[in-house]
Design a protein around this ligand. Structure first.
Ligand code: M6P
Ligand code: ZN
Length: 193
């Protein structure tokens, strides 16, 4: 495999969105069980043995040292839990000064970017769109289309993922299908910090 101390390139496209890659991280519904609105439905699905794949992340080799960059390709499958579209868990960075860039490759979706006060910016993520995620914001991607959403993420290797802070409050917005269309709504379960 490639060595992050040396130059290398990978090809975009194909089943894994990027190839070759170093690591594959898979997320099923059971990994996101307390994140969707309809917790009862999730419980019922899991107890019936229904545990759909929600998203996979393919990472290029990384050094985890200050000054280097991580590159990952996320494949967020199409689907809903009740009326809520599939999404990524979402996280702040442990190192709060670090930002991130997403580049849309396939499909269509939205990204929710929430600051520490709970203010949410929501923008499209799809091919030909680059999204800048500023420091100290939590970010979650949502697949609002009927095919997979694929995007590339580039962020400092020493950013770290802080999942706990956003899990405590939840995102202030949710994205649900209403009359066949995606609608961004206030999250009734949002807990202000
Ligand atoms: C992008 C990047 C990764 C992140 C992934 C999935 O590829 O932001 O750092 O891990 O999306 O998002 P999450 O970790 O919130 O589940
Ligand atoms: Zn991030």
């Amino acid at each position: 495999m490639n060595d992050a101390n040396k130059a290398f390139s990978s090809r975009l496209g194909g089943i894994t969105g990027i190839f070759p890659y170093e690591a594959e991280i898979k997320h099923k519904l059971s990994d996101l069980s307390n994140h969707f609105q309809d917790e009862r439905l999730v419980k019922d699905m899991l107890s019936r043995g229904e545990n759909p794949k929600i998203y996979d992340v393919y990472e290029l080799p990384q050094l985890a040292t200050e000054g280097s960059l991580n590159v990952g390709c996320t494949i967020l499958h199409s689907g809903k839990i009740g009326s809520e579209y599939y999404f990524t868990k979402g996280h702040f960075h442990q190192k709060q000064s670090t930002s991130e860039v997403y580049v849309g490759l396939e499909g269509e979706g939205l990204i929710l970017i929430q600051d520490r006060k709970g203010e949410v910016a929501c923008m499209e993520i799809k091919p030909h769109i680059v999204v800048y995620i500023p420091p100290n914001t939590a970010h979650r991607s949502v697949n609002t289309g009927d095919s997979r959403l694929v995007f590339l993420a580039v962020y400092p290797s020493d950013s770290g993922h802080d999942y706990e802070s956003i899990k405590r409050t939840g995102f202030a917005k949710i994205v649900a299908e209403r009359d066949g269309k995606p609608v961004v709504e206030a999250n009734p379960k949002y807990r202000e910090s």
